[in-house]
Design a protein around this ligand. Sequence first.
Ligand code: FAD
Length: 369
Amino acid sequence: MKKESDPQFDTVIVGGGQAGLALGYWLAQRHHNFVILDENARTGDAWRQRWDSLRLFTPAKYDGLPGAPFPGDPLAFPSKDELADYLEKYARRFSLPLVHGVRVDEVREHGGRFLVSSGDRSWTASNVVVATGGYRVPKQPAFANELDPGTVQLHSQDYKNPGQLQPGPVLVVGLGNSGAEIALEASRTHTTLLAGKASGELPVRHGRAAARFVLPVVRFAGLHVLTLNTPVGRKVAPAFKTMAAPLIRTRTKELRGAKVELLPRIAGVKQGKPVLEEGRPLDVANVIWCTGYREDYSWLKLPYQDGDGAPAHKRGVVESVPGLYFIGQEFLFAAVSATLPGVGRDARYLAQRITAEQPLAAEPRPALA
Ligand code: FAD
């Protein structure tokens, strides 16, 4: 409910991960009146919460946000905690106005402005930017509920290390990058099976040499060739939003070398056991679902969707709801938009749009149609 005392801003950014921070940097450069609301206790927690051994695929030289290169060896691949700590220092260094421990549960239009609510707290703003990340709600098949209750099962979102697994074989479901990396780790302590089909592989070995010679080409293509401004970019964009990325670091050859048994897709569960497409049941003690995520904008009580229910925006600008913006989504503008090498450029573009369209501090906007 709206209260007279609600803090007022030109812009509220929902989500203080790398996308929210990068946008915050550019808005701060323009002396804009904004706040970043984030549900976590500390900046960087979205990375801290990922599995313990996770290292980035992108080398440090491409992991810095605007105004602050990632420190140290440019060809190294930072751990997830190093990245998290970098983000925390970044927010401090640029004095970004973050409020932690705030889970936004509703954004609606109120009197020509946006009313942003979290429980009994609320904020009003002329603009709202959704920077909540694409990895919100774990996806797993409905038949997961039919697994024998004695099976340890977890989604990759909750996987931390093999210590969570019980003795006995492990089935990893889903051959994307998370599935490949987690299966390789599990294979060091458990017999491991990996079910699924990869969407291709990086054609060269990932590592320092690739960071020096190959990843610059990949980054250039993702930043400048595969964009919504080019015919080839527009052609591949839909596939980027739905298909898994090719295997980057852990490829099938390495998995086979580690004695991971590669299997086709899991079709269902019979008598408590996962069953392959050909009907063969698998006797496993643990299942790790590396079956991806979906976004969740159920809290956005605004007409932001296209016919398929996805956010309808052009380069992050929602034309049907003036003042509403998205950042950090897959192929928002380019193939790298949802990653560290791409988010800074998208943030700069949005900051330009926001400050050009809303030059007056806390001025009421006309009511939404
Ligand atoms: P997030 O980091 O998810 O940040 C969103 C923030 O918003 C979070 O703090 C979240 O808690 C908060 N939030 C969400 N909803 C609300 C709400 N309603 N109210 C308040 N706060 C909310 N990219 C690379 O460039 N290199 C890599 O090597 C790489 N590796 C990856 C490995 C894995 C396993 C995954 C899943 C992704 C990886 N990515 C990588 C992709 C991408 O860089 C990350 O997903 C990154 O975390 C996305 O940043 P973001 O700011 O868009 O979202």
